[in-house]
Design a protein around this ligand. Structure first.
Ligand SMILES: [Mn+2]
Length: 428
């Protein structure tokens, strides 16, 4: 079973490892099933996953999604053991399954305590698929066929940002196993072709409905009486706002989910692969819309450099964002600050209205700590998929630029003796 983000790494690692077990196990009565840890209805949102399967003539019908198998009842009947790939601790809701986890293969920092009877392979490589490839190559190299090699190598290439050292993801082991797969299967497509196609598929949201687009990469924050959602979308804001009935769709999205305000942050790339950001604030309540818009406009840490742009509806305030580096990670604290300030104001208002002038500790007047309630509610939300490039990805500033200055700077960082054999013609 892969992790709850069900990114390409999780999907391919689960499929490949279950295939390995099926091909090599001597147990006659055991069935090995790769589990994709999302409901099937979420799968269209994983563009890179559906794309890679299509490319490999691998039918989605063959896959088992989390809502199609009852792991907890299998566990109660004593018929389940679990191998975790691409994560190493079970989410809280699955804690009961912990005692049947017999193996872990992961490339993230290890968060699980040592337990006897659980075989752990943990190494900080760029892709979990590298560790699965190693596992297969060392134990059953003959089961590797072109389809399996294609899946594994594509995943490693995507996770390691086309094996570019500048992106800071690739490790020597990732390179070693990509090279090994290529040496065994000469007709795999070029790395750059695979990377570009997957990268494009990951951001290709053309087939999605507005609702799917909005929930693909969504974060929700609470404060006092307000629920505020921030969605990241890979599209220009012009294209997004030009969708037919977009105002009604935003309204329905917020109404169904109980959001008072929805902030949509878009990121798009120009021909030079430079990112550009825009944002829109939607709320049917003009007071709340202005409150949030105003906080974003006036923010100084960081300043977003917002410029108003055309909006098809008075309920949507649209802006281009001059500060291209301010991702959602930077915008969220501005909104959280606003909600906190409002909470305080609410407490003060209550103070005044009820005439509790002599009480020195206003926090005691609140029914319970608002923040505690918010945090609890926040934990019950489904996790935002982690396969997003919004949060601090190496590509945030576009693809690594190879300017003469950047290369010279790199050279300057190399100690003098390392330069002895270097051909400086690349500087030109
Ligand atoms: Mn991974």
């Amino acid at each position: 079973m892969g992790n709850e983000a069900c990114d390409l790494d999780s999907m391919v690692s689960a499929i490949a490892f279950a295939y390995f077990l099926t091909k090599t196990s001597l147990e006659q009565k055991t069935v090995f099933v790769p589990i994709l840890n999302i409901p099937r209805s979420e799968f269209p949102l994983r563009g890179e996953c559906t794309f890679l399967l299509r490319e490999n003539q691998f039918s989605e019908d063959l896959l088992t999604f989390r809502d199609e198998i009852d792991l907890h009842s299998l566990h109660r009947e004593g018929r389940l053991t679990l191998t975790l790939v691409d994560h190493n601790v079970l989410p809280r809701g699955d804690a009961a399954l912990e005692n049947v986890v017999t193996q872990v293969i992961d490339h993230r920092p290890l968060e699980r305590p040592f337990t006897p009877g659980c075989l752990v392979t943990s190494e900080p490589v760029g892709s979990c698929a590298t560790l699965v490839t190693e596992w297969i190559v060392q134990r059953a190299p003959d089961i590797l066929d072109k389809q399996l090699a294609f899946l594994l190598r594509s995943t490693i290439v995507l996770d390691c940002i086309n094996m570019a050292p500048a992106a800071g993801k690739v490790t020597p082991k990732d390179s070693e196993y990509v090279a090994l797969l290529e040496s065994r299967f000469h007709d795999l497509p070029p790395r750059a072709t695979v990377f570009d196609a997957l990268q494009e598929a990951k951001f290709d949201i053309s087939g999605l409905t507005t609702e799917q687009m909005l929930r693909k990469d969504l974060k929700v924050v609470f404060g006092g009486d307000l629920r505020l959602a921030i969605s990241a979308i890979y599209l220009t804001l012009e294209d997004f706002l030009a969708r037919p009935c977009v105002k009604n769709e935003l309204e329905e999205f917020c109404q169904t989910r109980g959001y008072d305000v929805l902030v949509t942050m878009t990121i798009s790339f120009n021909e030079k692969k430079e990112p550009s950001r825009q944002l829109a604030v939607y709320s049917p309540c003009s007071h709340l819309r202005e409150l949030v818009s105003c906080a974003l406009e006036k923010s100084e840490a960081p300043s977003l450099h917002l410029l108003p742009m055309y909006s098809p509806s008075s309920e949507i305030s649209a802006y281009s964002q001059g500060n291209r580096l301010a991702s959602r990670k930077k915008v969220l604290p501005i909104i959280e600050g606003l909600l906190k300030a409002r909470e305080k104001e609410g407490a003060a208002a209550m103070h005044r209205c009820q005439g509790w002038n002599d009480c020195s500790d206003s926090a005691q007047l609140l029914p319970a700590s608002c923040t505690d309630i918010c945090q609890d509610e926040d934990l019950q939300l489904p996790p935002t998929p982690m396969n997003s490039l919004v949060e601090g990805c190496p590509l945030d500033g576009g693809l690594p630029k190879l300017t003469p200055e950047a290369i010279l700077e790199k050279f300057n960082q190399i100690p003098a003796e390392g330069l002895a054999d270097t051909d400086c013609s690349v500087c030109h």
